[in-house]
Design a protein around this ligand. Structure first.
Ligand code: GTP
Ligand code: MG
Length: 620
């Protein structure tokens, strides 16, 4: 059996196409059906009269759910690149195509959907645009077929093309050890835990003794199903549901692998890496990344051995923050931590045996590592390390450089000092847990302060700040307005808090630039019994939704509009007096003076005698 996958921009008709081909709606969740948008992977079975069959994996097009798309993409062998004929290629058309180019796709069929919305000429034009977009990619020579799920046009031709592609594909390494990246875990009443996934290689049979990786838990395969039908044995390329007795749903998650005992998890791999064109400038010698392997997303570091060039292979080391079990030749994709731009992908050549690299370490390196391990979280300067490890200080710098590159030590700044990498890793997990807990408990706050975090974790605050700065530099957490937060966190007010601030955010259309009086607002805040209201106010100010200018409180939009009016007036007449500014914004001296001073302070204007000029002009 083989796996067919969809890819393409949001709303281009991927799920409708799967439904038209198979009769199954791949949007399984009620929320997906209500929103008319795919959020997570969907699955369907495609069968032909002559017995040829395939599993279809349908992916979400929206970029916010790209991590879900990636969890399903590794298993695809035939790609249906879906492009709406009335829209042509869009950002995720390119991004999905690039991602799949790094994975296991053998054949591509370009499907121009919604052909009922365009005439023949427009359809031909859409095909031309797609041809241009796929030049130099895996889809370069792909057949293109126009279809409509509304009229049924083109569906038969598409079925024929899929059938032909399926019969030509070679089987997926039936003799290799089985490797099944898990993409769903659920409990079935009376049966216990079921995991599903695409069997990437090898075969599975009922009764097999298998291992869940990276946990190393041994399991027995009680029963197997392929699209609801019981099987005694399944081959590579199948969509498999496996019943695993004696293990709870909560103990397994997407990203783990069901495999035979041959594979041992590792966290450092020699890889061949090919940068994605638009991502080249974001790559450093050492880049923190999100790595996607099988159905897993794991944070790690990519170390390049040569300067990267778009589309050219380079030897690299991929170091993962938690271990993964992979087979040689397995494909991977990496994205930037934040924002999550695609950086590239490649194949894993070999796991670096940690035990081997331990023994390959020189006595001096081992002494340095021992000194750091003994110090735990207390960062040591190179001088302190030299003394503790009994190594000359000049030598220590070179040793630390190598160890840093290998991911064996972590560095903090001000002053430069080093930490034991395992201790730093464990500590990072604790920081992340604490940040996430605070974000759940008080979602209206911007994050957690270093003082609160130091207290919760029982660590000296000045050391904590230095460690946090290294996490921020690596793009593993963010710092905004004095608060630390996880990468994806967006503060959200409660309904009650929102209702309180609603009148402040509304402006009087007759007096567009009239602010609220800050002291009045503060009095009302004090009087309010709404929980967390003061912090919610701070969040609105920190995110620029509200802006304090002296004793006045503006909305961010008001300030932006005043700024635009101010810049327009100065561009017209070169300079601006206070009186002219008052006329422009139609406000009294009481508000005009602090406003102009605020624009001076924030670098928009500069005072020159009695008038203001724009700073950009002043600098020139
Ligand atoms: N006219 C016309 N509309 C279509 C066709 N195929 C899909 N649509 C409409 O396009 C919209 C999006 O279709 P979906 O199949 O949900 O698109 P999708 O690519 O799965 O979207 P995401 O999964 O969210 O990325 C729906 O309103 C469909 O009814 C078609 O062939 N013709
Ligand atoms: Mg969809």
């Amino acid at each position: 059996m083989h796996i067919l996958g969809t890819a393409g921009h949001v709303d281009h008709g991927k799920s409708s196409l799967v439904r038209a081909l198979t009769g199954t709606n791949p949007d399984r969740w009620l929320e997906e059906q209500l929103r008319g948008m795919t959020l997570d992977l969907g699955f369907a079975r495609l069968r032909f009269d002559d017995g040829v069959e395939a599993g279809i994996v349908d992916v979400p097009g929206h970029e916010r759910f790209l991590h879900n798309m990636l969890a399903g993409a590794a298993g695809m062998e035939i790609l249906l690149l879906v492009v709406a004929a009335n829209e042509g290629p869009k950002p995720q058309t390119f991004e999905h195509l690039a991602i799949l180019g790094y994975l296991n796709v053998q054949r591509v069929i370009i499907v121009l959907t919604k052909s009922d919305l365009v005439d023949a000429e427009e359809l031909a034009f859409a095909e031309e645009l797609v041809r241009e977009a796929v030049r130099g990619t895996v889809a370069q020579d792909a057949q293109a077929i126009g279809v409509s799920t509304v009229t049924g046009a083109g569906l038969d031709a598409l079925r024929v093309a899929i059938h032909d592609a399926l019969v030509e594909l070679p089987p997926r390494l039936p003799q290799a050890p089985p490797y099944l990246p898990i993409d769903r875990v659920f409990a079935l009443a009376g049966h216990g835990t079921i995991v599903t996934g695409t069997l990437m290689q090898g075969a599975l049979a009922v009764g097999d003794r298998l291992v869940l990786q990276p946990s190393g838990r041994e399991v027995r395969l009680r029963s197997l199903q392929v699209f609801g039908e019981k099987r005694e044995r399944v081959d590579g390329g199948s969509r498999v549901a496996a019943n695993l007795p004696g293990i709870e749903v909560g103990e397994i998650a997407r990203g783990e692998v069901l495999t035979s005992p041959e594979f041992r998890p590792g966290d450092t791999f020699d890889v061949t890496f090919r940068p994605y064109g638009p991502g080249v400038d974001m790559l450093r010698r050492r880049t923190p990344v999100r790595a996607y392997i099988g159905s897993a997303e794991i944070i790690g570091t990519l170390l390049l051995r040569q300067p990267p060039r778009a589309g050219e292979d380079v030897a690299a080391t991929l170091h993962l923050r938690r271990p993964a079990a992979v087979f040689p030749g397995a494909a991977f994709v990496v994205r930037r931590l934040s924002p999550k731009d695609l950086l590239g992908g490649g194949t894993i050549a070999a796991a670096r045996d940690d035990a081997a690299s331990e023994t390959q370490r020189s006595p001096e390196e081992r002494a340095v590592l021992q000194a750091l391990a003994a110090a735990g979280l207390a960062a040591l300067t190179p001088a302190q390390i030299a003394a503790a490890a009994n190594v000359r200080e000049e030598r220590v710098d070179a040793l630390l450089g190598d160890l840093l590159e290998a991911g064996a030590v972590s560095r903090v700044q001000k002053p430069v000092a080093y930490l034991d990498a395992p201790a730093a890793r464990t500590f990072f997990e604790r920081v992340l847990e604490r940040l996430s807990a605070a974000e759940r408990e008080t979602p209206w706050v911007m994050g957690t302060t270093s003082v609160a975090l130091a207290r919760a974790l029982g660590i000296d605050e000045s050391l904590l700040v230095r460690i946090l700065a290294s996490y921020v530099d690596d793009g593993r957490i963010v710092q905004r307005s004095g608060y630390y937060a996880t990468l994806d966190f967006v503060p959200a007010l409660t309904a009650e808090q929102r209702a309180f601030f609603e009148p402040l955010l509304a402006t009087d259309p007759a007096q567009r630039f009239l602010p609220h009086e800050l002291p009045d607002v503060v009095t009302e805040l004090r009087r309010s019994r709404i929980s967390g209201i003061a912090q919610a106010f701070d969040t609105l100010v920190a995110t620029g939704i509200l802006v304090k200018v002296g004793d006045a409180l503006y909305t961010g939009r008001q300030v932006a509009e005043i700024r635009a009016a101010l810049e327009g007036a100065i561009r017209r007449s070169g300079t601006l007096t206070m009186a002219a500014f008052r006329d422009v914004v139609g406000t009294s001296r009481k508000y005009a003076v602090p406003l102009l001073e605020w624009f001076d302070a924030t670098g928009v204007t500069v005072r020159s005698g009695d008038v203001r000029v724009l700073r950009e002009r002043a600098v020139r």
